[in-house]
Design a protein around this ligand. Structure first.
Ligand code: SER
Length: 314
């Protein structure tokens, strides 16, 4: 089948890398990058780009009409920390953006839709270690609430209308190509920049705060593997548990010290993001992704740290 793929939120941390990976497989002209901001990267030169705000349904409608996409990736969202600064906007963007895309996907017969959920869909009463796919979910950030509600909508559109929606609950994503935007797990990226610039970092999360994480290469590969899997293999239509590794600021700092022996980790005064991190799982059981579509991460802490430092040094 000839694919036309629309990526909404193409300039973000995930979109930047996803667009270039998809363009390698499907051809530059068949992957349409869309964002509300002008693209900063190669995206604008390599293939089509459209200004799109997911909340403007008529413009979104024009986009579907023009390209008749076979696949749509919806990545536009407000993350956990920025969401707390503007809860109503986070809800509006994360929820109505999704509903607009789901409705248009039905109307224009889009074959597959991808929408990311997050570990933020879990909450203080979810089991903290090896958090299972099915358990108590009581998110207490507006971002987490929107992700849990979005998961329910994805499953609803699949069951009620047969729309082939697929989703992953991403852990903290670590990357060097594009800057992260307003997440609680972002310390695990800032730490690398500061380690190289200043040989020191002040963490806004405490030494023992363990969170599930993943290197971006794994996240992009996993996402495309899920989208390429035969529909009958997909047993979960809400969102799959998914992880690469888990660590604390302290274990990450110790790994960085193997490359930069003088590196010093300090801690800031209490930060609101600590409470968000404390409400999330420490580690994730992603056995169903492995069983259903063969998910296996490639990067552990050691390999990820070496890659981050090498790439940022260039
Ligand atoms: N990385 C995200 C955040 O910290 C979690 O989905 O908000």
């Amino acid at each position: 089948m000839h694919e036309k793929i629309v990526v909404i939120g193409s300039n973000g941390q995930i979109g930047t890398e996803l667009v270039s990976e998809l363009r390698k497989s499907y051809g530059d002209g068949n992957v349409i990058a869309c964002d509300i901001r002008r693209p900063d990267y190669d995206i604008k030169n390599a293939g089509p780009f459209e200004f799109v705000n997911v909340l403007e349904k008529e413009i979104l409608n024009q986009l579907f009409k023009k390209y008749k996409p076979t696949q749509v990736y919806l990545l536009a969202a407000l993350l956990s920390a920025t969401g707390e600064q503007n809860p109503k906007l986070a809800w509006d963007l994360n929820m109505n953006g999704l509903l607009n895309v789901l409705d248009l996907a039905l109307e224009y017969n889009t074959a597959r839709v991808y929408w990311p959920s997050s570990i933020a869909a879990f909450g203080p009463n979810s089991p903290k270690d090896h958090t299972p796919q099915y358990c108590i979910m009581d998110p207490n950030t507006v971002y987490g609430i929107s992700k849990l509600a979005g998961e329910r909508w994805c499953e609803y559109y699949f069951q009620r209308y047969g729309l082939d929606v697929r989703s992953i609950r991403y852990p903290g994503l670590i990357s060097w190509k594009a800057a992260p935007g307003g997440g609680t797990t972002d310390y695990a990226i800032h730490i690398f920049h500061d380690a190289l610039k200043k040989q020191a970092y002040q963490s806004f999360l405490s030494a023992e705060t363990e969170l599930p994480m993943m290197y971006m290469d794994d996240a992009i590969r996993g996402t495309i593997e899920l989208m390429d899997a035969p529909a009958e293999k997909i047993s979960i239509r809400s969102s799959y548990n998914f992880t690469g590794m888990s660590f604390t600021p302290e274990t990450l700092a110790n790994e960085i010290k193997k490359h930069i022996p003088g590196f010093k980790l300090g801690y800031t005064e209490y930060d609101q993001r600590q409470a968000i991190a404390d409400s999330w799982p420490r580690s994730i059981d992603d056995g169903i992704a492995e069983r259903d579509w063969g998910w296996k991460p490639d990067f552990d802490l050691t390999k990820m740290t070496a890659e981050m430092l090498n790439n940022l040094r260039k």
